[in-house]
Design a protein around this ligand. Structure first.
Ligand SMILES: [Zn+2]
Length: 257
């Protein structure tokens, strides 16, 4: 009942939002991942991005001037992981805070508040449990240029992970086998750690080894940005991520090529 009413209200607001498809196309043109979604899937992605904008507010960090193009691009990146899961997976929080560049968090004891932040003093992104997602626009724009890097996908993965309490590298798994999930992730983790010890090239950023939550977030970035790297290194991990997100970005990329 609630969802029906919510959808009805949202549909009316969506119609009133009146973002021309060309405006959305221009906003996402610089992000190669968006090009993989064609036909009905492209329409669905655009619509979900607009629904994201109806449900979430953007707040400026340090007076940064936020444009519609920025909102559309970030909303589209956020929509990609939940395109098949549903936007309700982002329920329970409302704000995206956007800074021009890397920012210094103003909290003192992060761990008490259940938030996840990235390495070091100066951050590219941050996600609070039941609180905002904080992003650096410069880092958002680095997606598609640095291989596999995408701070929006990263923070959204933390948001999905938090849905069953805490950040532990496992979002609510539904029909998926949790034992299998854990085993596959552990195997990939140990392989990544071994490669790092041996000074070998890493399929995903070594930051993934901070903790299981970071592993899931970094793996999600690479799964969508350069799926062939995850698939080549750890096919079982690719399969788990594909089953969870209900998407096969490698097949989509190959269809496009
Ligand atoms: Zn993180």
């Amino acid at each position: 009942m609630f969802n029906g009413l919510r959808r009805w209200r949202e549909n009316r607001r969506l119609a009133a939002l009146a973002v021309p498809p060309e405006q959305w196309e221009a906003a996402v043109a610089g992000w190669p991942v968006a090009a993989r979604y064609q036909g009905e899937e492209r329409t669905a992605l655009r619509e979900m991005a607009l629904r994201f904008l109806l449900r979430k507010g953007f707040a400026s960090g340090a007076g940064f001037h936020i444009t519609d193009e920025m909102r559309l691009k970030i909303a589209t990146m956020a929509a990609v992981p939940v395109l098949k899961l549903g936007l309700n997976w982002y329920d329970g929080w409302y704000t995206v805070v956007l800074y021009e560049g890397a920012f210094i968090p103003n909290h003192q004891q992060p761990d008490e508040f259940g938030l996840v932040h990235e390495q070091g003093e100066v951050l590219s992104g941050e996600a609070w449990e039941q609180g905002p997602v904080i992003l650096s626009w410069e880092d958002v724009c680095a997606a598609g240029t640095e291989e596999g890097y995408n701070v929006v996908l990263h923070e959204m993965a933390h948001k999905l992970d938090m849905r069953d309490g805490g950040v532990n590298g496992a979002p609510p798994l539904g029909d998926l086998d949790a034992v299998r999930w854990h085993a596959v992730f552990t195997e990939a983790w140990e392989d990544l750690a071994a490669r790092e010890r041996n000074g070998e090239p890493l399929p995903i950023d070594g930051y993934a080894l901070e903790d299981p939550g970071e592993f899931f977030a970094v793996a999600t970035e690479v799964f969508f940005e350069v799926p062939e790297r995850i698939h080549a290194a750890w096919p079982a991990l690719y399969q788990q991520l594909s089953a969870f997100y209900r998407q096969d970005p490698l097949a989509m990329a190959r269809r496009l090529a």
